[in-house]
Design a protein around this ligand. Structure first.
Ligand SMILES: Cc1cc2nc3c(=O)[nH]c(=O)nc-3n(C[C@H](O)[C@H](O)[C@H](O)COP(=O)(O)OP(=O)(O)OC[C@H]3O[C@@H](n4cnc5c(N)ncnc54)[C@H](O)[C@@H]3O)c2cc1C
Length: 297
């Protein structure tokens, strides 16, 4: 049964949250893998699952449909990501309305990356929104949505300094955001610094750390490059030592993630958000290693 409290309320209650990120697949086969993962994840009774968003017609329709199906046909609470990319205010209003009609009441308000490439200048749609903080305001103005935002322990690549990210988080809270989820990172100190710096700017909303268990070294290097996060050299050396043995890489990935999760939880993190890449095995093993339980079937 889904809770009637909003996700913002649940996260602020001090209850530890455990959640997973899924991405809408582009093919029917990918959708089958996704649903298998959804059912495995459901057995873990997470606090929520988030579903990423890519701009563009058919991807967008599939995303809204899948997120709605998760809301209606599972016991999971979906959080729909939404970006400002390539959309006017009116189009964004339309998508928010579609989510509401699908029974989705929690959204992650994001700006998105420049469609012209990562290292190019962000230019908003002529009739659209400049920053994620504007989308937070738009979503909140349209209904009783609970809204989350992105946070960057190592700083957003476009930010001039780390304090800017902390200030922006406080602005997002003022605009109505109730929680944040971080970009993936590997050094717990970066997360702790962000939380402290954001608090100094008056940002008290829960900031949930995003964890990606390493299952494949070249994949993680691609992700860290895309997100601007660092893959620390000592960690890279440990993975290099077992690079020829995929099972050993997965085992080490689970061990590294579990150690990081323990440190985060004992340091007071409000929960853990796992980047699953639509595959649940490593995440379930991290769950077991943390003593959080495993699926009963
Ligand atoms: C948890 C998480 C989930 C994500 N999910 C998706 C997804 O589903 N789809 C997708 O396409 N991308 C996703 N992203 C990537 C995200 O869209 C990019 O990282 C994007 O570049 C920044 O998004 P943002 O919401 O932080 O933008 P913003 O908050 O707008 O920040 C972008 C830059 O502008 C600066 N800034 C923000 N507000 C102001 C202001 N008012 N004045 C001056 N400067 C400002 C910030 O400091 C930062 O440097 C996700 C990222 C995270 C961490």
């Amino acid at each position: 049964m889904q809770s009637t409290a909003s996700l913002g309320e649940i996260l602020s209650s001090g209850q530890r949250s455990f959640s997973f990120e899924l991405f809408p697949p582009k093919t029917d086969e990918g959708e089958r893998t996704l649903w298998q993962t959804v059912r495995e994840i459901e057995a873990l009774r997470p606090t929520f699952v988030s579903v990423t968003y890519g701009a563009g017609g058919s991807t967008q329709d599939r995303t809204v449909r899948i997120t709605g199906e998760i809301a209606r046909e599972t016991t999971l609470t979906p959080v729909a990501h939404l970006t400002c990319v390539g959309a006017s205010r009116d189009e964004l209003r339309g998508v928010i309305g579609q989510y509401a009609a699908e029974g989705v009441s929690t959204m992650l308000a994001l700006r998105g990356d420049p469609p012209t490439g990562l290292n190019t200048e962000w230019r908003p749609h002529p009739g659209g929104l400049q920053h994620a903080v504007d989308l937070v305001g738009l979503i909140r103005s349209l209904g009783t949505f609970s809204v989350g935002v992105a946070a960057f322990p190592e700083g957003h690549p476009e930010s001039t300094d780390l304090d800017q990210d902390a200030r922006v988080l406080a602005m997002k809270q003022d605009a109505g955001a109730e929680f944040a989820i971080t970009q993936l990172f590997f050094d717990v100190a970066d997360y702790e610094r962000l939380v402290e710096q954001a608090a100094a700017h008056g940002c008290t909303m829960p900031i949930v750390p995003g964890i990606m268990p390493v299952t494949n070294v070249s994949q993680i290097l691609r992700f860290t490059e895309l997100s601007g996060a660092a893959f620390p050299a000592d960690l890279a050396a440990r993975f290099d030592a077992v690079a020829d043995d995929p099972e050993a890489v997965t085992r080490l990935g689970v061990e590294v993630a579990a150690t990081m999760c323990r440190r985060l939880l004992s340091g007071g993190a409000p929960g853990l958000h796992f980047y699953t890449l639509n595959r649940s095995r490593s995440t379930i093993e991290v769950y077991e290693a943390l003593g959080l339980g495993a699926p009963t079937t």
